[in-house]
Structures are given as structure tokens and as C-alpha cells.
Design a protein around this ligand. Structure first.
Ligand code: HEC
Ligand code: HEC
Ligand code: HEC
Length: 377
């Protein structure tokens, strides 16, 4: 038996057989007999096989993924919902908004997620949102590697999606704005000109018309930040220099003139912030860093550029007094992690260097200190 087998299957024959199979596949492709029409859909066996491969791929690739403990945070859910309206609902539909008939003709189609979400664990959903699904038309997250925190925000929202009422969805995704004001994937780029109400309405869904934000610390305060800083930040989001899938979706679809008009609008608002209650000892430690820096790590005093100080401020240095602690902390951690892709202005190199040298504890303390200041300081 053994000698017969070795006689029949020689390495050369195996190689020739492999070539023959490859040539056969190529010839079939070349003949044009395979029908790529989406009208006929997949055979049930192909459907089953693709789903089987996808489910197992997701499970295997998430073995080492750790699920954060804050997926119930209302701010995270609101941030995820805001993006869902501009980046996902156009394919998957949303509560009270059925999927488009065009999307239903996709093979495979983007499913209604109400029924699908409960079939996955949170880390599976996170992985799908971050990485997308090849051969299926499910896109990966913009800046997937850099912004896992944003993919988790969308996951936090997805977990609340099954059974959500249209009213709850509207409040979470649109804030005080009218339904249908989402830009992103759902709209073609409007022509540029003076500030267009439909573009402002899209920003206002998350930041409010006054730029003060909503839902606690879900969105950074932008009203009253300098025009130069706002414009630079928006351009950097649009070009991908500053990584954020949420902000790229909304900023990259309008022209530079529109971004200028938006920067004008928000710079003209007053800087209104709410002081969050934070730990006193942490604030005191943060104040020391802000006023004196940290000699051991060569961290300069933040106050020399960001205040509070009576000196005239360079408009390229953003205001931090009263900004949300979680946002400040997140930005500094991002800078530390991938110190090549934050900020938008000409002086961003300085800030990268500073954040890169900071410890996590110092970052937490200084963020708490700035958040505790009132807007006038
Ligand atoms: C261009 C259309 C499109 C967009 C935009 C899109 N998806 Fe998908 N999505 C798909 C398609 C198609 C599938 C089906 C993949 C499959 O069956 O293998 C899918 C699958 C999924 C699944 C897995 C569902 C399952 O169990 O089969 C989840 C979860 C998901 N998408 C979430 C999202 C989220 C969240 C967003 C926004 C960040 C998003 N999708 C944006 C097309 C899209
Ligand atoms: C879906 C919600 C959402 C929408 C819509 C949105 N933003 Fe944002 N915005 C965010 C989030 C979240 C961040 C924080 C990004 C980060 O972590 O880098 C942000 C950050 C910003 C920043 C940077 C703030 C800083 O201190 O550096 C500016 C400026 C800004 N947005 C302006 C706008 C404008 C103008 C629009 C309309 C074109 C808009 N945003 C639409 C959620 C949104
Ligand atoms: C020499 C001036 C300088 C010093 C000192 C400085 N920064 Fe900055 N910082 C900047 C500039 C410039 C930017 C804006 C970068 C950009 O986006 O172009 C910035 C941005 C930031 C941001 C992002 C704000 C936002 O709205 O997204 C944070 C947070 C920050 N700095 C914190 C700090 C802290 C904390 C310290 C002290 C440890 C510090 N900075 C020291 C110049 C400075």
C-alpha cells in the first residue's frame, strides 16, 4: 500500500496537479461563465460558508481583546450614536428609519442590526466595527489602529440598540437638532459658500449651535476656541492628519471654505463650560504640573502656553480651562501613544514632545486640574 502510494504521488505529479487546478480556475474565470450578478444572490451553501468563516474569524481574532468596563457610560453611548447616524445608518438603518431599498439589493446585504447585535459579545462587535468585513462591503473604521476608543463608543451604542425607540434614538444621535440633519455618508457634499444651515446643523447634533456640547463629556467644548485653532483642527481632521473616524466623517465631506465659515461661527460663540466635581488631591497635583512643570521628565509648565496667566495667548494654543477632563486626558494619551498624528496647527510638534514625556498619572492630574477651572480662568 505504502510503496504504491509513493509511486503514484510523486512531488512532481503533486505540483502538476496543483498547476492543473489553478489553470482550471483561471480558465473558468476567463471564460466569463461565472455569474457575478448580484440579482441572483449567493447559493445557500455559499451564504452559509461565508457566514461560518466570518463568525469563526471574528471569534479567533478577539481572543486577546479586553473589554473596557465603561460601556454603560451615557457619554460614550451618545458619542457612538452620533457617529452611527452619519457613518452606519445609511447602510444598516436605525430605529424608525428602515434600510434603503438599494442597500437591500447588496450581496450580502447590510443587515438590520436589531436582531444581529444579541448574537455577538461586545468584543466581537468592537472587532467588526474596527476592522470591517472583507468581501462583504462592511467598511473598516477610519484610523482603525489609532482610534480604538471611538470603535468602543460605537460598540457601547450598538449594545443599547436592540428594541430602542425612535424617540430615544433621535435624542441620542441628533441632540436638539432636527431629524435628518446628519451629513457623512447620508448626504452628498453640498456646494460651498457662506455658512450653510445644513452643515451647521450636522455639527450642532453633537457640539450644539453654541459649541458647548451635550450629554456630559461626550463632546469637547469648541465654542469660543480661537478661529485659527478651530480651522487648523478641522483641516487636520479632514485630511486625516489628526486621527478621528467620527470627525473625519463629518469634516472631510465639505470644502475648505465651509470649514472656514464653521471656524468663524464657533470662534464667535462664548466659551461656556461646566465645572465637573473632581478629586481635590488630584487637582492640587495637576495644578503643580501646570504651573511648574515636572523637572524629572523635563515637562514644561503648561500654564506658560495654556494659561491661566495674564499673558496674551497665542491663538494657536487651545483653551483648556473648563474643558472636559476625560477629553483632555484622552488627547494627551493619544499624543503619547502615536505622537505623530495629533494636532493641526504649525506648533503641534511642541505639544507632541511634551505629551510624549508625561506619565499617565501626571496626565490624569493635569487634566483634572484644567477641567476644574472656570471658563474665565
Ligand atoms: C456600505 C455599507 C455599510 C456601512 C456604511 C456599514 N456597514 Fe456594517 N455591514 C455591512 C454589510 C454588507 C455587512 C454584512 C457582512 C456579512 O454578512 O458578512 C455588515 C455587517 C455588520 C455587522 C455584523 C452583522 C452580522 O451579524 O452579520 C455589524 C455589527 C455592523 N455591520 C456594524 C456596523 C456599524 C456600527 C457601522 C458604522 C460604524 C457599519 N456597520 C457601517 C455594510 C455596511
Ligand atoms: C457625531 C458627532 C460629531 C459631529 C457630527 C461633529 N463632531 Fe466635532 N468632535 C466630535 C468628537 C467626538 C470630537 C473629539 C475628537 C477626538 O477625540 O479627536 C470632536 C472634535 C472636534 C474639534 C476639535 C476640538 C479640539 O479642542 O481640538 C473641532 C474643532 C470640532 N469637533 C468641530 C466640529 C465641526 C465644525 C463639526 C461640523 C462639521 C463637527 N465637529 C461635527 C464629535 C462630532
Ligand atoms: C510651548 C507651548 C505649549 C506648552 C508648554 C504646552 N502646550 Fe499643550 N498645546 C500647545 C499647542 C500649540 C497645542 C495645539 C496643537 C495643535 O493642535 O496644533 C496644544 C494642545 C494641547 C491639548 C489639546 C487640546 C484640545 O483641545 O484638543 C492639550 C490637552 C494640551 N495641549 C495639554 C497640555 C498640557 C497638559 C501641558 C503641560 C504639561 C501643555 N499642553 C503644555 C502648546 C503647548
Amino acid at each position: 500500500m505504502n510503496w504504491r502510494f509513493t509511486l503514484l504521488v510523486t512531488p512532481l505529479r503533486a505540483l502538476l496537479a496543483a498547476f492543473a487546478v489553478a489553470a482550471g480556475v483561471l480558465a473558468f474565470g476567463w471564460s466569463g461563465l461565472f455569474n457575478v450578478a448580484a440579482t441572483t444572490g449567493h447559493w445557500p451553501i455559499t451564504d452559509w460558508l461565508l457566514h461560518f468563516v466570518m463568525v469563526n474569524s471574528v471569534k479567533t481574532h478577539t481572543i486577546a481583546v479586553e473589554t473596557p468596563g465603561n460601556l454603560d457610560d451615557p457619554a460614550l453611548i451618545a458619542r457612538g450614536a452620533g457617529h452611527y447616524a452619519s457613518g452606519c445608518a445609511s447602510c444598516h438603518g436605525a430605529p424608525g428609519r428602515p434600510r434603503s431599498p438599494v442597500i437591500r439589493e447588496m450581496v450580502p446585504t447590510a443587515p438590520d442590526l436589531d436582531a444581529k447585535v444579541p448574537t455577538w459579545e461586545p468584543k466581537h462587535l468592537f472587532w467588526i466595527v474596527k476592522n470591517g468585513v472583507k468581501y462583504a462591503g462592511m467598511p473598516a473604521w477610519i484610523s482603525a489602529e489609532e482610534r480604538e476608543d471611538e470603535a468602543w463608543a460605537v460598540t457601547a451604542f450598538l449594545l443599547k440598540l436592540p428594541g430602542m425607540t425612535p424617540q430615544t434614538y433621535k435624542a441620542l444621535a441628533f441632540g436638539a437638532e432636527e431629524d435628518g440633519s446628519a451629513g457623512g455618508l447620508t448626504a452628498v457634499a453640498p456646494p460651498s459658500g457662506p455658512l450653510r444651515p445644513d452643515i451647521l446643523a450636522d455639527c450642532a447634533r453633537c457640539h450644539g449651535r453654541d459649541g458647548a456640547g451635550r450629554d456630559g463629556d461626550a463632546f469637547p467644548v469648541i465654542g469660543g476656541q480661537s478661529r485659527a485653532y478651530l480651522f487648523d483642527a478641522l483641516k487636520a481632521f479632514a485630511s486625516g492628519d489628526r486621527h478621528s473616524g467620527i470627525m473625519a466623517t463629518t469634516a472631510a465631506r465639505v470644502t475648505e471654505d465651509d470649514l472656514k465659515a464653521l471656524a468663524d461661527h464657533y470662534a464667535g460663540q462664548s466659551w461656556t463650560t461646566t465645572r465637573a466635581p473632581v478629586d481635590r488631591t488630584l487637582i492640587a497635583a495637576g495644578e503643580r504640573i501646570a504651573r511648574e512643570g515636572v523637572r524629572a521628565t523635563g515637562t514644561p509648565a503648561c500654564a506658560s502656553c495654556h494659561g491661566p496667566a495674564p499673558t496674551a495667548q497665542n491663538p494657536a494654543y487651545p483653551r483648556l480651562a473648563g474643558q472636559h477632563a476625560s477629553y483632555l486626558e484622552q488627547q494627551l494619551l493619544l499624543w503619547e501613544k502615536e505622537h505623530d498624528s495629533r494636532g493641526g496647527g504649525a506648533f503641534r510638534g511642541i505639544m507632541r514632545q511634551i505629551a510624549f514625556l508625561m506619565s499617565k498619572e501626571d496626565i490624569r492630574a493635569v487634566a483634572a486640574y484644567y477641567a476644574s477651572l472656570s471658563s474665565g480662568e
